[in-house]
Design a protein around this ligand. Structure first.
Ligand code: PLP
Ligand code: MG
Ligand code: MG
Length: 610
């Protein structure tokens, strides 16, 4: 799997004159977005987790991009004026830890080229196109080895190349081995070849290790080195790239149910990957990375760890309830909605010593009453839902869990519909075990659930007698720690999608995601007020991730008809869990303008039954 990319962006861009006097070429804009950002987004879209940008001219502009894209690492080539692209690549080499994609910063391109390279069976591959007539072509001389093209030479000088039908694009996949050879070549020739570029170094290395050439005859791309290229790119190439990429878009459905939520196309496509045995080291690394990152989003990896299971959110709840309480334990479960009731149901099926703390599903928990329970010293564990999706009530765990900890009670939290949507810090919240699933606010597809555990509490469960097998938390944790494999077959493709979702979450950040969700929620709430629809939970007690709404006081109202009316317009709404209500969630990859479209639909329907 390719996880790293390098963008060579040190050049001055002399030929663009005034346009690049005070900025690098990568900041030329197309549709208001700098070309380097187009590139970053395309790389992110195929699962690249680290982008190293080799900078020189106006390097601080690239450094500033890190705020927006934390996956970027910039490396400065201080000698950029006197050296060529090969020196910039050498400077970047110390940051490169695996096979990687190498790109030039002045390219616009169809993202299919990236997929083609990633999927090419060879590790060292140069992307080529047919003739572009750009006026600045780098022609490739190739030879065939086993029916595959291998790089032999390249030149802008037509007379030096016998076949002029293959042009270098400037996107390449390279192995660590070839990287070290091109860097050696540069070291040896630094003093004799002026401004050595990486292409020449590849030609040299290809003599000993074949660098393959993958040609896409009608590939859409353009390199921007002068005003003429820029004009051509803007008027002819860029619109075609957009059109071509749009042909691969997947029909967008806006899910306003509380998960599975709307996902990006990159997440949908991340499931389409080469077959791999899940016992393969590479896959173990992917799972370790996922666990680490899921933990890091809410806690320190020193104190906490994540354990993965195939299954939905309920499976994670069942893992915690059936694995974390010793035989002589006594769990107090707060039931203020369906999911709290579900925790209690699971506990009763496993015949745990259980007490239920019943509370309203619309109003806040009486904390004093709860503390009185804690004070009795009867309870070893507390089970509670963070965000009660039944009504959208948010339980104040920031008060409840630290209070439970004060009485030495282990806290077990269903954060299925809160995690990754609401910023949280497990240590500060006093959470020992927390469950969530892939298809909620982390915005991936359904099929994986996970438990984030305080390590010291997890270790204590080692000696608990097992009530379960597949769902046993300690066994799953221990086996994975030792083998970097799950005990049983993991849902491979779903984990690749989850990996992509984590990359997107890190780029957006949970804080900004929460703000986006709230922005959507506000649009909904303002519309509800205008339409005179009443909410079940007071605004200040809501999660702002889902809203339970009373049906309007109009006998003509039908949830089913509203559902169909919205569904025909690509919006999926959700029935209520309590009588006479329906629910609208605002999680997933949804945009405020989409919520605006939904409230128009709602208004239109309500007007139709007036
Ligand atoms: N817990 C909470 C708070 C939920 O909102 C949900 C689902 O909406 C679940 C548990 C159960 O998740 P699943 O349906 O994935 O089993
Ligand atoms: Mg070039
Ligand atoms: Mg160029």
């Amino acid at each position: 799997m390719i996880k790293e990319a390098v963008i060579l962006a040190a050049g001055i861009g002399n030929r663009l004159k005034e346009k690049t006097k005070n900025m690098p070429k990568g900041f030329l804009e197309f549709d208001g977005i700098p070309i380097v950002e187009w590139s970053i987004q395309k790389l992110l879209g195929i699962g690249i987790e680290k982008i190293i940008i080799g900078t020189g001219h106006c390097h601080s502009m690239y450094d500033n991009l890190i705020k927006k894209y934390p996956l970027i690492k910039t490396v400065y080539n201080g000698a950029y004026k006197e050296t060529g692209s090969m020196e910039t690549l050498c400077v970047c080499a110390k940051e490169i830890t695996s096979d990687f994609l190498l790109l030039e910063s002045d390219l616009i391109y169809d993202n299919i080229g990236l997929s083609v390279l990633v999927n090419d069976v060879h590790r060292d591959v140069v992307l080529a196109s047919g003739e572009t007539n750009s006026g600045d072509e780098v022609y490739l001389q190739t030879y065939f080895s086993d029916k595959e093209r291998v790089l032999q030479d390249l030149s802008k000088d037509k007379t030096k190349i016998s076949c002029k039908h293959e042009e270098l694009v400037g996107i390449t996949k390279l192995s660590q081995k070839v990287l070290s050879l091109v860097c050696n070549y540069e070291k040896e020739n630094k003093n004799t070849i002026f401004k050595l570029d990486y292409e020449q170094a590849m030609v040299f290395v290809s003599k000993s290790i074949p660098i393959y050439v993958h040609k896409i005859e009608n590939y859409l791309w353009g390199e921007i080195d002068d005003i003429c290229h820029l004009e051509m790119a803007k008027t002819f190439i860029f619109p075609k790239i957009i059109e071509s990429e749009n042909t691969r878009k997947i029909r967008r459905e806006i899910l306003l149910n509380p998960g599975p939520a709307t996902t990006t196309d990159a997440i949908k496509y991340a499931q389409v990957c080469p077959d791999i045995c899940p016992r393969e080291k590479e896959f173990g690394e992917v799972m370790k990375w996922i666990c680490n990152e899921l933990t890091s989003l809410v806690a320190s990896t020193g104190e906490y760890t994540t354990v993965l299971f195939g299954g939905s959110g309920t499976a994670a709840d069942e893992v915690m309830i059936s694995s974390c309480i010793p035989k002589n334990g006594h769990i107090l479960i707060v039931d203020n909605g369906s999911y709290g009731a579900r925790l209690a149901k699971i506990a009763s099926i496993y015949k745990l010593n259980l007490t239920i703390f019943k509370s309203s599903t619309c109003d806040p928990i009486d904390i004093n009453e709860l503390e009185r329970k804690f004070k009795t010293n009867e309870y070893t564990h507390l089970g509670i839902v963070y965000h009660e999706t039944t009504t959208g009530l948010l339980n104040p765990l920031n008060i409840i869990c630290p209070l439970a900890k004060k009485y030495n009670i282990v806290t077990i939290v269903d954060a299925v519909s809160a995690y990754a949507g609401i910023p949280m810090d497990l240590e500060k919240l006093g959470i020992d075990f927390m469950a969530s699933a892939s298809n909620k606010n982390i915005q991936s597809i359904a099929g994986v659930c996970f438990i984030i555990c305080r390590k010291v509490e997890l270790e204590k469960t080692k000696v608990f007698s097992m009530r379960n097998y597949y769902l046993n938390l300690y066994d799953q944790y221990n086996y994975f720690e030792k083998n970097s494999q799950t005990r049983f077959t993991p849902p491979v493709q779903i984990l690749y999608a989850l990996r992509q979702a984590i990359l997107e979450t890190k780029t957006e950040t949970i804080e900004k995601r929460y703000q986006r969700y709230i922005e959507c929620w506000k649009i909904l709430v303002n519309a509800l007020k205008k339409l005179n629809l009443k909410m079940v939970v007071k605004e200040e007690n809501q999660s702002h991730l889902i809203t339970a709404i009373y049906n309007p006081n109009n006998p003509k109202f039908s949830f089913e008809i509203l559902y169909d009316f919205a569904h025909e317009r690509s919006f999926t709404i959700y029935p209520g869990k309590i009588d006479n209500t329906f629910r609208i969630a605002n999680i997933g990859d949804i945009k405020p303008r989409e919520m605006e479209r939904f409230v128009e639909i709602l208004e239109k329907y309500l007007n139709s039954i007036k």
